[in-house]
Design a protein around this ligand. Structure first.
Ligand code: SF4
Length: 388
């Protein structure tokens, strides 16, 4: 065990680290500037348990109903060996629906390492065959990369149900299970995600869509690493993900393309940051602990020693959100990033109100913000006066 691993184990209180999944990795990108979160997630601390221990239990997570509904919709979409799914995906990609397609269920097997190895072997074997003509045009990727291995457009498709992929997160192997990987459609691999949130009049809930895009980017990254690790061009994995959702208020599936290039960069950057935990740990006091056996007061005092960057978005992505929101009460950061940035470095709400009321002397660097705040206060008073 390295000294960093020893330190992280001590932070956890000696309990085994909590396992990440695609959803929790995606959530890591929600507040990448938060040191508290990076350290706790890097150490594999059980944050829901920690939040409960300090009296601020997490208020989110998928309901049992949502999970059941999601599973039922996925089973419906994948019925008949994925025939309808294949048609949806091919049509959305703008390629002819293949007359022949293989279906491989990789969801079986209790041993994750075996499943990951089997998935890797079968996915690598499904690489589009090399074009016979070396002078064939390059298959350029939409993210500016280049698929060096040329592909034949007439190959039969191959669909892989629940392959098990892997990614290293803060030095630990994390297993990931996309709903489906389609190989050889349009000459590339495509991640296919099946979600049960509806698309109504062509519009989906923006927050759910954004979460699905980040989660899908995690799968794309893992699949690219798998290909690269087997000596193949990672750009053979498309950065366009096929998202399948129910249309309108019926259960009729509809496919959309999600461009996840931006999300890939964000996830990569955050994983790189997590890989440099040694650097983060230098800023963490030696006695910092998230040991669930410690008493609540010790845990609160300990957490307070590691800087956080609370923003309202935390409520949807981090189990410590209610604690951090309470801690950030009275600070402009709690109003959200736009408010914090617009207030140009004024951190306290009391200070903002004093500047708006003209009750205090203004530092030169706050002059512009103070003038804007006084103007806003005048406009508000006028508006209230007019409506009285
Ligand atoms: S809830 Fe707290 S620990 Fe979590 S990301 Fe937000 S500020 Fe950081």
């Amino acid at each position: 065990m390295t000294s960093s691993e020893q330190r992280l184990a001590t932070i956890r209180g000696g309990v085994p680290p909590r396992r990440h999944n695609a959803r929790t990795i995606a959530a890591l990108t929600g507040n990448p500037g938060c040191t508290r979160r990076a350290v706790l997630d890097g150490a594999g601390v059980d944050k829901p348990l920690l939040a409960e221990r300090i009296g601020f239990p997490a208020g989110f997570g998928q309901s049992r109903f949502a999970i059941t509904r999601g599973n039922a919709f996925e089973a419906q979409v994948k019925a008949d060996g994925g025939a309808e799914l294949l048609r949806l995906v091919a049509e959305r990609l703008g390629v002819p629906v293949p007359a022949v397609a293989s279906w491989t269920d990789l969801g079986d097997g209790a041993d994750a390492v075996d499943r990951e190895q089997r998935s890797a072997a079968l996915l690598a074997a499904a690489l589009p065959a090399a074009m016979p003509d070396a002078a064939a045009p390059e298959a350029a990727s939409s993210d500016g990369g280049r698929a060096d291995e040329q592909v034949r457009p007439d190959e039969p498709a191959a669909l892989f149900d629940h392959p098990l992929l892997g990614l290293d997160v803060a030095g630990r192997r994390v297993h990931l299970e996309p709903d489906l990987v389609a190989a050889r459609l349009g000459g590339r691999f495509h991640v296919v995600e099946i979600k049960s949130f509806p698309v109504i009049d062509g519009q989906a809930d923006p927050a759910k869509l954004a979460a699905a895009a980040v989660q899908s980017a995690v799968y794309v990254l893992a699949l690219r690493e798998l290909l690269a690790g087997n000596g193949h061009d990672p750009q053979l994995v498309s950065d366009e993900v096929v998202l399948v959702c129910p249309r309108d208020f019926a259960n009729q599936p509809v496919a959309h393309l999600l461009d996840v290039r931006k999300q890939l960069l964000v996830v990569r950057r955050q994983l790189d940051r997590m890989a440099r935990l040694d650097t983060l740990l230098t800023a963490v006091p030696a006695d910092f602990t998230a040991d669930p056996a410690a008493d609540a007061a010790t845990l609160v005092a300990s957490l307070s020693q590691v800087p956080a960057r609370y923003a309202p978005d935390c409520l949807a992505s981090c189990e410590l959100a209610y604690f951090c929101r309470d801690e950030a009460r009275g600070q402009t950061g709690a109003l959200g990033r736009p408010a914090r940035e617009a207030l140009g470095g004024i951190t306290s709400v009391d200070e903002v109100l004093a500047l708006a009321a003209g009750d205090r002397a203004v530092d030169p660097e706050q002059a512009e913000a103070a003038a804007l705040l006084r103007a806003a206060a005048r406009l508000r008073a006028d508006a209230l006066g007019a409506s009285a």
